[in-house]
Each structure stands twice: as C-alpha cells, then as structure tokens.
Design a protein. Structure first.
Length: 167
C-alpha cells in the first residue's frame, strides 16, 4: 500500500511533511503512522521506542529493505537521566550509521520513527540529512530534534570519516 493508497483509505489521516533531499528523502513518523503508511519506493526504517514497550508495528511492504529497532528514552544533553532512564549511546549512533551505510545505495527513503515522531526520530533524520543531503534545516523548522541524539549522530558520522562520506 503506497502513500497515495493510504490517502484514499484514511482520508482524515494527516500525513507528516516529508523532506525530499538531493540524495535521500526522509519521513519522520510516530508509532501509529509507521504502522499505517509506507513509501512507494525502496526504503529502510529506523524505529525507536521507549524501553519496555512493545516494538512499533512496521507495515510490511515489498519495498521495505530493512528495519533497525532501538530502545532509549527521549533525554537531552543537559538532562541528568533518572535512575531508570535509558539514554541513547555512541554505540547506538554507530549502529544507525552502519545500517544506513549498508542500504544507502538501494534505499530512496529513510523512515525515522519514534513514539511521538517529534524529537528522537527528527534528530536522527536531521543528522542523516545533513550528512547525505547537506541540509538539516527542514527538521529544525518542523520538529523538535533531540539534541543528544543529533550530536551523537554527528559524532558517529565524523568518526566514520571519509568511508561514510557519500559521493
């Protein structure tokens, strides 16, 4: 089912804005929407849920190349994590980067999903878009990217060096 099919099936469904960059298109979705809509071209999904919750349902589709599932809370750079909070780590940022590198030659869309589709997923999309499309302004204008996740992704990209730098 493509995005156009979903518009007909769910006429009241407000679809989120999508960023069409020169190298990659990004969708930032929440838990509900990632189970309802799919791109109509090859794509990957980076799914971030809160620890302890059932993973988000990702709609199956022949164009779906892969799904990376991570669990961490929406905590910021300056926030001192509470005892039970799980924060994003450098290792998770590297896992995301490795996942994107694995599929970037085949994928046309990167779907980033978190619980609300506002902070963690927007941060991942922003950092990846800055790297792949040389532009992250869309995400800071339309969402509230989690600064910790954004900075961890920037650091992972910088640490990867030239081997990660798209042509």
């Amino acid at each position: 089912m493509s995005i156009n099919d979903n518009q007909e099936m769910f006429p009241l469904l407000e679809l989120p804005p999508r960023f069409h960059g020169s190298a990659m298109t990004f969708w930032v979705l929440n838990r509900r929407l990632v189970g309802l809509i799919t791109p109509d071209q090859p794509y990957i999904v980076i799914s971030i849920t809160n620890p302890g919750l059932v993973p988000a349902t990702v709609r199956d589709n022949p164009d779906l190349l892969g799904v990376l599932r991570l669990q961490f809370h929406d905590t910021g750079d300056t926030h001192q994590p509470l005892r039970d909070e799980v924060v994003m780590t450098e290792q998770e940022a590297r896992r995301i980067l490795d996942f994107v590198i694995e599929y970037r030659d085949r994928a046309k869309v990167i779907v980033c999903q978190c619980e609300a589709g506002v902070s963690r997923s927007a941060a991942i999309a922003a950092a990846l878009s800055r790297w792949l499309n040389h532009d992250d302004t869309f995400f800071f204008a339309n969402y509230q990217p989690n600064r910790r996740a954004y900075h961890l992704m920037e650091s992972a990209i910088a640490a990867q060096g030239e081997t990660a730098n798209p042509a």
